[in-house]
Design a protein around this ligand. Structure first.
Ligand code: SAH
Length: 565
């Protein structure tokens, strides 16, 4: 697909932050990456410069590095063998006085260099000869167009540089202001069109992505059918801009697999009497033809895919982990970057930031879970990309169950067609246990002590049985202003089955600023040591403690259990 990742702006220190922020305004989806300990107020922090650059490069992320060119070249040197597939890499002087495109000529690095140069008021250091002569990279047509054959194209540009003249066949609006050696009688041609044919020796063949194929999900071997239909209609595969299907088939896996296999977007339109009618309504000016059970719609200009019908909405319920950015799983970070709407309790939404100006934040009170879940579906059913935020793991006393309950209750087919995904996070009990050692190393029981959503009597029963079963106990929601006595009562029950010397771990604000970790005994434990931001882990009969070299205590529960006599 002709979609680029948003650029990464990489800085080494606070001295380049101002320039980085000016560049960020140019690319609102970009992120500023700053070296940990050297700079604050950036979108993400990294520890190792070279490794960060290599990772970004390998993920095909355009890189704008605010540092010396040499550092960047040395960092990427080991990866530079394949010139056809590389993201743009630029260096910009810290003070914004120089912009140097380094790599990614075919990925549009010179276009970016000019954009950044214009924003900073300096000339970009363009060194590519074709680009210098013509003011554009002929091998890198703009979005909506695709070069048919790169090797052929390179030869073609060399010919032009050697003095050949050229004429344009078809519509190439982006070449209107380019100083090409034009001549109506020239042998060399730049041909823009969508026919399937090999480029001839003397032409630069560019395909316009102006074709849509309307399909039915039930057609067997969909991707192959589309390819066959295009072939039959003599249309180049590269001219395919998107697939179109009926909104009722939005969740059909066959459609998504086909679009992915073909590398194009999948759009949806209201159900119509026929595929022809559906395609005709979605792209009114197109020429329509039927082939091999699909309908081909051919427009005269590249299709604005985002304007064709609508996309499938997505709803992701994500877990942020306990708080620290390092403990957030990468899939969650990626989901936050693609979100158009973010819903959640204000504290968690803030924790999930920073967000871009184009992302809409819906902060709601923590108690309105079902309402928030329904609101999320309403937005996603309109085709938006929605994220519902929980702390820790979304499936542990958090939003995932509420979202599924809302869906289960709903008879709205549009809700059931939403692309729903739950993305896990590190739950508070696991984050706390890791800091203490391995208190959850053997069987354990997870409970919420809140009686807001369940009767207190069931909590007492479960506590009694779990304590009797000698399970390690992990208490979420141990206490709050509205529930002052419950923890004390819970501990009375546990003490009926456990020794006073039993280790207890108290983790407060784990993974957040000001975190504390305490190890006490069940005998010492008092409700006053605990608040609603605390995780309580009560050991079993086998849980052990021993001092750490660096101070403090290790807590663990061995994997084994003594045999019954
Ligand atoms: N979904 C969350 C839990 C929500 S219930 C998760 O998986 O972690 C809220 C309770 O979780 C709090 O009352 C507290 O007991 C615990 N908790 C959440 N974050 C915590 C943290 N950073 N440190 C300690 N306890 C935490």
């Amino acid at each position: 697909m002709n979609m680029r990742n948003a650029p990464a702006i990489v800085i080494l220190g606070a001295g380049s932050l101002a320039t980085a922020q000016r560049i960020q305004q140019l690319y609102p989806e970009s992120m500023i990456h700053g070296l940990r300990g050297r700079v604050e107020g950036v979108d993400c922090l990294y520890d190792a410069f070279g490794q960060t650059l290599r990772e970004l490069y390998q993920q095909d992320t355009p890189i704008i590095a605010l540092c010396a060119a040499g550092i960047v070249i040395r960092s990427l040197a080991s990866l530079l063998s394949d010139k056809d597939v590389e993201p743009p890499v630029l260096v910009v002087a810290e003070d914004g006085s120089a912009v140097v495109p380094l790599l990614g000529g075919l990925g549009g690095v010179n276009v970016m260099a000019r954009e950044i140069g214009a924003a900073l008021g300096v000339a970009a250091a363009i060194t590519t000869s074709g680009e210098l002569r013509f003011g554009t990279c002929l091998l890198n047509p703009p979005a909506g167009y695709a070069l048919a054959d790169l090797e052929q194209g390179k030869r073609f540009v060399s010919d032009l540089l050697a003095g050949e003249s050229v004429r344009i066949e078809g519509e190439a609006p982006w070449l209107a202001d380019v100083q090409l050696p034009a001549d109506a009688a020239a042998q060399r041609t730049i041909h823009v069109g969508c026919e399937a044919r090999p480029a001839s020796r003397d032409e630069l063949l560019i395909h316009a992505r102006s074709v849509l194929v309307a399909v039915d999900a039930h057609l067997p071997e969909l991707a192959r059918g589309v390819t066959a239909a295009l072939h039959e209609a003599n249309i180049a595969q590269a001219s395919l801009a998107c697939l179109l299907a009926s909104e009722q088939q939005m969740a059909e896996p066959a459609l998504h697999q086909a679009a992915q296999a073909l590398g194009v977007a999948l759009r949806f339109a209201p159900q119509a009497d026929s595929l022809v009618a559906m395609a005709g309504q979605a792209v009114p000016q197109a020429r329509l033809s039927e082939a091999a059970g699909v309908v081909i719609a051919r427009a005269s200009v590249p299709l604005e895919v985002a304007q064709v019908g609508r996309g499938r909405g997505r709803l992701a319920v994500i877990g942020l982990g306990p708080g620290a950015a390092e403990l957030m799983v990468p899939a969650v970070k990626a989901e936050l970057a693609r979100a158009e709407d973010v819903l959640g309790y204000e504290t968690y939404v803030r924790m999930a930031g920073p967000f871009r100006p184009d992302q809409t934040l819906h902060n709601t009170d923590n108690r309105e879970e079902m309402q928030r879940a329904r609101h999320a579906f309403e937005l996603a059913a309109q085709g938006r990309s929605v994220v519902v935020v929980s702390s820790g793991d979304p499936g542990v006393f958090a939003m995932a169950a509420a979202v599924l309950e809302a869906l289960h209750e709903s008879t709205d087919p549009a809700w059931h067609r939403v692309d729903l995904e739950i993305l896990p996070g590190v739950s508070a009990s696991l984050a706390t246990a890791a800091q203490a050692g391995a208190p959850l190393g053997h069987d354990f029981c997870v409970m919420s002590l809140s009686d807001n959503l369940k009767p207190w009597s069931i909590i007492e029963t479960r506590l009694d049985l779990a304590a009797q079963a000698d399970l390690v106990l992990a208490f979420y929601n141990p206490i709050s202003k509205a529930r002052p006595w419950q923890l004390g009562r819970a501990l009375e029950i546990v003490r009926q089955h456990r020794q006073p010397a039993t280790p207890v771990v108290l983790g407060r604000d784990i993974g957040r600023p000001g975190q504390t970790l305490k190890v006490v005994t069940l005998g010492e434990l008092q409700a006053e040591m605990v608040d609603m931001r605390t995780m309580v882990l009560v050991g079993s009969s086998t849980t052990c403690v021993f001092p750490r070299e660096a101070g403090g205590t290790w807590v663990y529960t061995p994997r084994w259990y003594p045999a019954a006599d």
